[in-house]
Ligand binder design. Structure first.
Ligand code: PMP
Length: 388
């Protein structure tokens, strides 16, 4: 296809043909036996992808922001204390959402490109009783990866619920929800889960559901209320028809295909594939003399990379040139640094070919912008890693 573009932004991503075929199949009734079976399968497959045997999945029409909103609406009551651990734009968003439900929010912010130190988190937890804390696993604005495991352990130690915003990580970065004791892991369909935008996906621990059931005040958001959705999830899992709000039938059919593909690949293999491609891309950028937004390679996500433009280059010209080479990249998102960097998504069905084409397009843009560099060094670096 001559006009085909390679979409390498951090969501929506490129989708598998079979997923898109499912999306384009004739829409059935939401209570048709085939759809009930698909929905039930999705619920069971989500536990395998989230790596929990006891969590309660929710599949609801909405975006990642709605998944954040749903977790907050159900678990926060007015005047609850909430600790937001922020590594960028989406941490700030969680703080705003929590405030809407009447929470007293304390926000621990990292410097740009860094993470919040564990002892700072422990100091905050020891100082005050927090109902819950939020972690952004990969902040898509900075490409910083947070290790949620020790934070979830701290949350448990201080009897605080933990919510992981995994919008840019679920099915790409390693998450062991049950073993790591994370109470809510939420995402959206359009990233590493590999389905076009439109689904909010959450898995909620038994402990968090017990906290929800003991609420003293009603949930202040009708559409998000777990009370409306729990019977629906239970019904579909038991292969029974049910209705609260019309489910996005085609998106759920596509989700079944994608989750099945993910489980067939195997979670361990999938995490390793993401890691290898991410390392190859990062090392290629470094070999080209470019600087990453994360202050240390160990803090760089495996689902996307944020890279500073060289100082002498206009970002808009650089991105226009990658576009001319049919590779679509994203600009910056963090308001304070927006024009200084670009972002490359490498998650979901990404393969070696995609990343090689992307590095070639970046080299081509550096050349077009008269930036001095050794042509081919990025590709050579990446190929060595990918073929190892
Ligand atoms: N959290 C993170 C980490 C994200 O990357 C995004 C989307 N880029 C969101 C939340 C919000 O998701 P959506 O755009 O689907 O509402």
């Amino acid at each position: 296809m001559k006009n085909r573009k390679l979409l390498m932004i951090p969501g929506p991503i490129e989708f598998e043909p079979k997923v898109l075929q499912a999306l384009g199949a004739p829409t059935t009734s939401h209570v048709a036996p085939n759809f009930i079976e698909s929905f039930g399968n999705c619920i069971q497959l989500m536990r395998k992808v989230w790596l929990t045997s006891t969590g309660q999945p929710f599949i609801v029409a909405g975006t990642g922001t709605f998944a954040m909103d749903m977790s907050a609406a159900n678990l926060i009551e007015p005047n609850d204390h909430v600790l937001v651990i922020s590594t960028g734009y989406f941490g700030e968003r969680f703080a705003e959402i929590a405030k809407r439900y009447g929470a007293n929010v304390t926000i621990l912010e990292s410097e740009v490109g860094n993470v919040v130190a564990l002892d700072e988190i422990e100091k905050a937890l020891a100082a005050k009783k927090y109902k819950l804390l939020t972690i952004t696993h990969v902040d898509t604005s900075t490409g910083v990866l947070v290790n949620p495991k020790p934070i979830a352990e701290l949350a448990k130690k201080y009897n605080t619920l933990s919510i992981l915003d995994g919008v840019c990580s679920v099915a790409g970065e390693e998450i062991q929800q049950e073993e790591w004791g994370i109470d809510v892991v939420l995402t959206a369909s359009q990233k590493a889960v590999g389905v076009p935008p439109g689904l909010a996906l959450l898995v909620v621990s038994k402990k968090a559901l017990d906290v929800f059931k003991n609420r003293k005040t009603p949930v202040g958001n009708y559409y998000a209320d777990f009370n409306n959705w729990l019977p629906i999830m239970h019904a579909y899992e038991n292969r029974q028809p049910s209705y609260f709000g019309t489910p996005p039938v085609n998106l759920i059919a596509a989700l079944e295909v994608s989750l099945q593909q993910i489980v067939t690949e195997g979670m361990e293999n999938r995490f390793l594939r993401h890691k290898k491609i991410a390392v190859a891309f990062r090392e290629a950028m470094i070999a080209l003399g470019l600087k990453l937004l994360p202050v240390h390679k160990n803090l760089s996500a495996n689902t996307l990379t944020a890279v500073y433009f060289p100082e002498n280059i206009a970002g808009s010209a650089f991105l226009a040139n990658t576009g001319k080479n049919d590779v679509i990249l994203a600009g910056g998102l963090l308001p304070s640094h927006k024009t200084q960097y670009f972002r490359v998504g490498h998650m979901g069905s990404v393969n070696n070919n995609d990343i090689i084409a992307t590095i070639a397009a970046i080299e081509s843009s550096l050349f077009a912008c008269d930036h001095p560099f050794e042509m081919g060094i990025g590709l050579k670096t990446a190929l060595k890693i990918l073929n190892n």
